[in-house]
Write a protein that binds this ligand. Structure first.
Ligand code: CP3
Length: 357
């Protein structure tokens, strides 16, 4: 595990150190837009792919080889944690992940088990080890988990939802039941992230994909404190932590103070506003509209230049989309995006150096 990183741009950018060019990776970069992913998916169901370290490792490496991103992110899913707590998870074609028995009664909540990471989620840790070996320091490896609020919402709704009525009913009518679950999830997620760091993850991202379903006041009550608790527990590992609280731009200032290294900005937010709000306390990641990748390389390059200009060459910038790459995205455009970031950010850097000499 001691192999030196040949490309540590992401790690340095997370720590707001100087970089020769801006690092780039893509949320959901290992997925259905890649024919190489679909070829494996045709022969296996999604959860088998997650649970088989050799397959998970192979899929994790695909975007590094095919589109040239500056980081690998372990192939898995945020829902493996509730599954490890005893909730039966299924993937339905076209409907996404579904919990067969969503949490609805006090008895459902009480039946959740404490997670023993090494036994229940050992397959993720094994996959991390395999990927680290296969990468042999080419790029850093990102581990991840879901945020307590997003996981709780999934566990109560049972599947994706438009209005999140079920979890909101619990929030309004039985807030103590919810906060107890959020506490349980915070402990499990923190332990899981610490185990991922020990198994080889060099950066960690927490996905609060449904943060935007909460009012600002409820975000402060039911999401932020739990994100903070996780960051505080994971911080001693020394591994940089990225927090993606999607559509929670109202709370950038507060999020900048929870101790995370990077905030990931969703495509719905304004990057310049985010930058002002966080006042250099954290690095920023994002926030390109995933749909730009349906245009053409020339337009993609313009969008890349626009984002770079917001940063004006200042450190603490990680290029990414503002949410996951969409399944229909042309692979050539994903590659054009990565290439444009590499070329244009190097050009910006060189220009700035010339100006300061
Ligand atoms: O980023 C990566 O490449 C790593 C892998 C990764 C997956 N899921 C693989 C996946 C990551 C980081 C996730 C996180 C995840 N999973 C989130 C948070 C990120 C986000 O996009 O907001 C959420 C909400 C989930 C839950 C989930 N898993 C949903 C809603 C779906 C169905 C929708 C979809 O995009 O397909 C999944 C399935 C899933 N997770 C797939 C992949 C590659 C597609 C499975 C397939 O092949 O059918």
């Amino acid at each position: 595990m001691t192999n030196e990183l040949q490309n540590d741009l992401l790690i340095r950018a997370c720590r707001r150190q100087n970089v020769e060019r801006t690092p780039v990776w893509i949320m959901r970069q290992a997925g259905r837009y890649l024919p190489e992913y679909r070829a494996i998916r045709e022969k296996n169901d999604f959860l088998t792919m997650c649970r088989t370290p050799e397959l998970a490792a192979e899929i994790t490496l695909q975007p590094v080889d095919i589109i040239g991103v500056d980081a690998a992110i372990i192939f898995s899913d945020i829902l493996v944690v509730p599954e490890a707590m005893g909730m039966s998870l299924q993937f339905h074609e076209g409907r996404g992940p579904v919990f067969e028995h969503p949490l609805r009664t006090q008895a459902d909540f009480d039946a959740l088990q404490r997670v023993d990471i090494a036994t229940e989620l050992g397959y993720v840790l094994d996959a991390l080890g395999l990927v680290r070996k296969a990468l042999s320091g080419r790029v850093p490896l990102i581990g991840f988990a879901g945020a307590p609020w997003t996981l709780a919402a999934y566990m109560v709704e049972g599947q994706g939802s438009r209005n999140f009525v079920e979890i909101k009913k619990v929030m309004y009518c039985a807030p103590k039941m919810l906060t107890r679950l959020l506490d349980q999830l915070s402990n499990a997620v923190a332990d899981y992230l610490i185990a991922q760091a020990a198994a080889g993850a060099q950066v960690l991202q927490v996905f609060d994909s449904w943060a935007g379903m909460l009012t600002p006041a409820h975000f402060h009550e039911f999401s932020l404190p739990y994100l903070k608790k996780i960051v505080e527990k994971v911080k001693p590992t020394g591994v940089p932590i990225i927090v993606f609280a999607r559509d929670a731009g109202h709370s950038f200032q507060a999020l900048a103070d929870i101790g995370a290294d990077v905030l990931s900005v969703s495509w719905e937010e304004d990057l310049a506003t985010a930058r002002m709000a966080v006042q250099g306390k954290v690095a920023l990641q994002g926030n390109v509209d995933p749909c730009v990748l349906f245009s053409n390389p020339e337009i993609i390059r313009k969008e890349v230049v626009r984002c770079l200009q917001v940063f004006g060459g200042e450190p603490g910038h990680v290029f990414n989309l503002g949410h996951g790459i969409l399944p229909q995205t042309p692979v050539a455009n994903a590659r054009a995006f990565v290439d444009a970031v590499k070329e244009e950010s190097r050009r910006t850097r060189t220009l700035l150096e010339k100006q300061s000499n």
